[in-house]
Design a protein around this ligand. Structure first.
Ligand code: ADE
Length: 244
């Protein structure tokens, strides 16, 4: 997968893209990331990328020309035209399904907004999609782009140690993940659940599913309402919650 990122602050990506899963995906050749600065596509002496809002009001707005020109130059840098995504608090909320959908694209071109926003013509005539990573305002789209790239990278084949980890983790099946433990089996008087030492794989799988369901019921009832549960599992949730 190729990801082009349009940003006024390319230096913000240096740390996050050079460590852990993203670095591994890049080294393995399954993720090709390129950064582009719209400021390099300005034509005026002062390389201006923002201006006052028509109609007045506080804050500056990102000008359309450097962004359109940057996209025109970046498009032909790879075979696929790419899906153009603007990171903005006004976009659709990023969740597991949206990540899985974007991860299928051969190429994404991400635009990081700044200042009070971008000229509406970028939104209306250039981008294909708008994504928000949560209902709060960041000072720019860069941290959101990093979040998106990280989440999408984990879906590329061969990036995670085992493909199974993707299916098991939180949100993959609409449920939160079950509790995990590693050695030692007892630590400062805190013992791990006995079942995990039993070697009984079917029983462990049952216990984990149950933990997943109950944890989701307690922490994220909104997710549980949408999850696929058997009638028996629904009954288990009702019984357990009634007891608390
Ligand atoms: N830019 C500023 N805030 C944002 C958010 N919450 N999500 C995506 N991009 C943003």
């Amino acid at each position: 997968m190729r990801i082009d990122i349009l940003t006024l602050f390319p230096e913000m990506f240096a740390g996050p893209f050079d460590a852990s899963i993203i670095a591994r995906a890049r080294a393995a050749g399954v993720l090709d990331i390129a950064l582009h600065n719209p400021r390099d596509y300005t034509t005026d002496k002062h390389r201006i990328v923002d201006d006052y809002a028509y109609g007045g009001g506080p804050g500056m707005v990102m000008k359309p020309e450097p962004i359109f020109d940057c996209v025109d130059a970046v498009r032909p840098m790879a075979d696929a035209p790419g899906k153009l995504v603007l990171l903005t608090p006004q976009g659709r909320l990023l969740n597991h399904d949206v990540v899985a959908e974007l991860a299928e694209e051969p190429r994404l071109i991400l635009i990081c907004g700044h200042y009070e926003g971008v000229d509406e013509r970028v939104r209306a005539f250039l981008v294909d999609d708008e994504i928000s990573i949560g209902d709060y305002v960041l000072s720019g789209g860069e941290p959101a782009a990093i979040v998106l790239v990280d989440a999408v990278a984990r879906h590329q084949p061969g990036v995670l140690g085992s493909e199974l980890s993707l299916e098991e983790e939180s949100h993959a099946q609409g449920l939160l993940e079950y509790p995990q433990y590693t050695r030692p089996a007892e630590f400062r008087g805190m013992a791990i659940p006995e079942i995990l030492l039993s070697g009984h794989h079917a029983e462990i799988a049952k216990w984990r599913r149950r933990q997943s369901i109950l944890r989701t019921a307690r922490r994220r009832p909104d997710l549980l309402a949408k999850a696929q549960l058997t009638p028996e599992e629904r009954r288990l949730v009702e019984e357990e919650l009634a007891r608390e």
